[in-house]
Design a protein around this ligand. Structure first.
Ligand SMILES: Cc1cc2nc3c(=O)[nH]c(=O)nc-3n(C[C@H](O)[C@H](O)[C@H](O)COP(=O)(O)OP(=O)(O)OC[C@H]3O[C@@H](n4cnc5c(N)ncnc54)[C@H](O)[C@@H]3O)c2cc1C
Length: 362
């Protein structure tokens, strides 16, 4: 695991270190050659096409196939978010089966499930803001399918800690594991965890034949649950220094692209809306990461308030923002984001159907 990068030059250099061949063979392993790029992609610093083109400048299409396939997952979830809108907050394909409560097993909050690989991954999430994809699946499965929590509260907790927090990828992945955005629930047994995490744990509550997992009684260690108060304390911001004869460019924590309208002589404002963070809080560590990434945009000023409050400060000849599900309510001209597969606008119900459409344009 590498530390979070915040300088733009370092982030671009990290893209050029992606090893697409090793990635294809090892991505499921805890120490596999994953890219660690999601914090920069999710924050809008890097676009998916940029990452793909840089990788294709060093690898053939065949070599880069698996990596691009995984990039497409992100695009799929974004497309789903546009299509489904607020419906991503409720069970999509059908109600979650067998859940008992709407809170979070305490053992996840305190990294004391007794499954050593999972506890280590939760500790890592708390201290670094990152968790490997396979571990995210294990944690979600433990919470929803073994600990019988509804997916909504634990997904919110994970989102809070993730530097790459993304409402679509997070919510829809949790729903996928819980069986409300897929045809069946995802289960993992101890041998699967041992294999991909290089552990050798025996006799845990997950050390049972795979077929028995769906019928496990609730393990004692997951039986206590609670609902922590997750909050984001947005910083106090000094009064904005704006030039009202120049356009206004509005950024948010998902659109921190230093190249966007770079040549434009404009006011640049990072907008953090309290209402958004009340609904979808992020941790202090994640907030600092956002603010540090914003420093790559020359002249940007921070405004913590509603977009209407920002407009009240003055009127501008033009207002622009980058289009993202979180910016659709801005009274601005929205620039289309860069898509990997702009031709495939409609995302069908399954990723593989989406990918089949995309593959034609590879
Ligand atoms: C329960 C759960 C919650 C998740 N929450 C988030 C989240 O909030 N934000 C987020 O960005 N991803 C989320 N993911 C998806 C995935 O775990 C991360 O994108 C991935 O682990 C990021 O690490 P990486 O950059 O090293 O990925 P790599 O394996 O190197 O992949 C390269 C890029 O492809 C994209 N990608 C790869 N796998 C996925 C995937 N399964 N879904 C979506 N995009 C993918 C990402 O943009 C990633 O940066 C979640 C997955 C699960 C199972």
């Amino acid at each position: 695991m590498t530390d979070l990068l915040t300088r733009y030059a370092d982030i671009l250099a990290a893209v050029d270190r992606v090893d697409a061949v090793a990635y294809a063979g090892t991505r499921n392993y805890i120490d596999g050659a994953v890219s660690y790029l999601s914090p920069y992609i999710s924050r809008g610093v890097l676009s998916l096409p940029y990452v793909r083109e840089r990788v294709l400048s060093r690898y053939s299409r065949e070599q880069a196939y698996t990596f691009i396939f995984e990039l497409a997952w992100r695009e799929y979830f974004q497309r789903q978010w546009y299509q489904l809108g607020d419906r991503i907050w409720s069970d999509i394909k059908g109600p979650q089966q067998g859940f008992c409560h709407y809170s979070i097993p305490d053992a996840l909050l305190t990294a004391t499930t007794g499954i050593t690989a999972i506890d280590a991954a939760i500790e890592q999430l708390h201290t670094t803001g990152y968790m490997h994809n396979h571990l995210r699946m294990y944690v979600a499965s433990l919470a929803c399918n073994i600990g019988r929590a509804h997916w909504a509260a634990p997904s919110r907790w994970m989102y809070y800690h993730l530097a790459d927090h993304d409402l679509a990828s997070n919510t829809l992945s949790w729903q996928w594991v819980a069986g409300t955005f897929s045809s069946k629930k995802y289960y993992c047994d101890q041998s699967n965890i041992n294999k991909f995490c290089h552990t050798d744990q025996r006799d845990s509550f997950l050390d049972v034949p795979y077929e028995q997992l769906a019928h496990l009684p609730m393990p004692q260690v997951l039986s206590k649950h609670s609902l922590p108060q997750l909050q984001t304390r947005l910083p106090d911001t000094p009064a904005l220094q704006l030039l009202y004869n120049k356009p206004l460019l509005i950024y948010n924590a998902c659109t921190l692209d230093p190249l966007w309208r770079r040549e434009m002589d404009a006011n640049r404002v990072l907008l953090l809306e309290p209402e958004h963070y009340r609904k979808y809080p992020v941790s202090p560590r994640v907030l600092s990461f956002i603010l540090e990434l914003a420093e790559n945009i020359p002249g940007i000023q921070l405004f913590c308030g509603g977009v209407d409050d920002l407009m009240r400060t003055a009127s501008f000849p033009h207002i622009f923002a980058k289009k993202h599900p979180s910016s659709l309510h801005y009274p601005a001209t929205l620039d289309e984001p860069e898509w990997l597969f702009p031709q495939v606008v409609h995302a069908p119900g399954s990723f593989m159907s989406f990918w089949k459409k995309c593959e034609k344009y590879l």
